[in-house]
Design a protein around this ligand. Sequence first.
Ligand code: UD1
Length: 456
Amino acid sequence: MIWESRNKSYPESQNLKVIGQGKLNGTVKISGAKNSALVLLAASLLTNEKIILENVPRLTDIEKMENILKNFGVDLVFEKNKLEIDSKNISIKELPDELFNGLRASFFCIGPLLTKFGEAKVPLPGGCDIGSRPIVEHINGLKALGAEIIIDERIVKAKIKGSKNKLNGTQIKLKCPSVGATETLIMAASLADGRTTIENAAREPEIQDLCQMLNKMGAKIYDSGKEKIIIDGVNKLGGCTHKVIPDRIEAGTFLIAAAATFSSITISPVIPIHLEAVTKKLKESGSKITINGNSITIKGKEIKGVDIDTAPFPGFPTDLQAPFTVLMTIANGESKITETIFENRMNHIDLLKKMGANIKLNKNVAQIKGVKEINGMDLVGSDLRSSAALIIAGIIAKGSSKIYGLKHLDRGYENFELKLKNLGIEIIRETSKSTFKENELIIKPSTEEMSKAKAA
Ligand code: UD1
């Protein structure tokens, strides 16, 4: 049987087969940050000059964003991980909803388009199904900057009020430090008239990366990475070359995989300070961590149960909650994992229980009693980070596992299985003949697979 975490299924034909009880060994190259690259792509709409983005990960989310930009008239040339972006022929138009489907970051386009052209029409965002994910902070902030906004049949239509065709700098205080809202408002304010301050701003490294690129383009942004960001609007932004920061979530995923398999690996390049909350918890749990410039070496020694509460940066990232939960399933002792950011990000728990983990879930709090081992199974991941977590679970487990739902994994991890393979994990992408049906908790595999699954 193939189990999935939610009452919903994914019509996919691929799975990753993982042979359990694996060990990792060696060095892994960390890719550019997906969440940075996405917002930097949107920011390129703010100029007519060329932007060269280096270290862009090749992911389906990035492809989707590229596609949206192309449809606005942007010229894009991808060469390995370098992307040349030329927005000089861009025109404002309403694009079909399907282009934006499933990509939360697509909503980033609203800020640059509105501030540059005076109007924007962007569908309500999609993305991982991990909670309600409102955009009220983005909308309220844009309104405070002088936009008139209506939502008409899922399309957010924004227009600058008055005849000046420029947003007006203002003081904004976010009700919650939303990453997306902070980024949208920074981009919108960068070409506004006068000074904007954003209080209770998010401080994630990806926001700092955005501000660094915008400043290279001629923006005047101060104090990114602090709770109050100041943006002095300028009349025009120019081109630049910018290298995307390393992906701290991918980096954390590999560190956790190493800890969970008592392995020793080095990850590079990383910005160790971006991973402080994660390395602190890994050390507390018994791993030995050594930082050397832009690389981190981990030696997985023992796994003690530790508690985590997810929190905005610099706290423990919600995006690493699912992988860390997997680590805790085989810890010595008990642990408590509290998800505080998203209300629906515990979909992996049921699956881990089926694998043999001892977890009691009460709303967003998972109480885990570590077990000696978990068992390999066939599973369907239901969001990006839980898919990666299930792969780690498959690597730890006794026997083999097949992880389905790869459309989520492929959104955010560049060459994940290749990197794991190079570190010594037996993992292979297979094309399955499963038939997937909507609204069934258990997805029925083909007869051939059913017998294989039973044998596993
Ligand atoms: C971004 C990241 C995502 C990460 C998340 C939190 C991208 C493309 N995605 O998502 O990987 O998990 O940050 O670190 O960068 N909220 C409101 N009102 C709003 C907006 C948000 O209440 O108007 C709440 C959300 O419901 C959530 C919390 O704020 O509880 C954080 O959301 P937010 O920071 O906006 O996440 P994203 O930008 O969507």
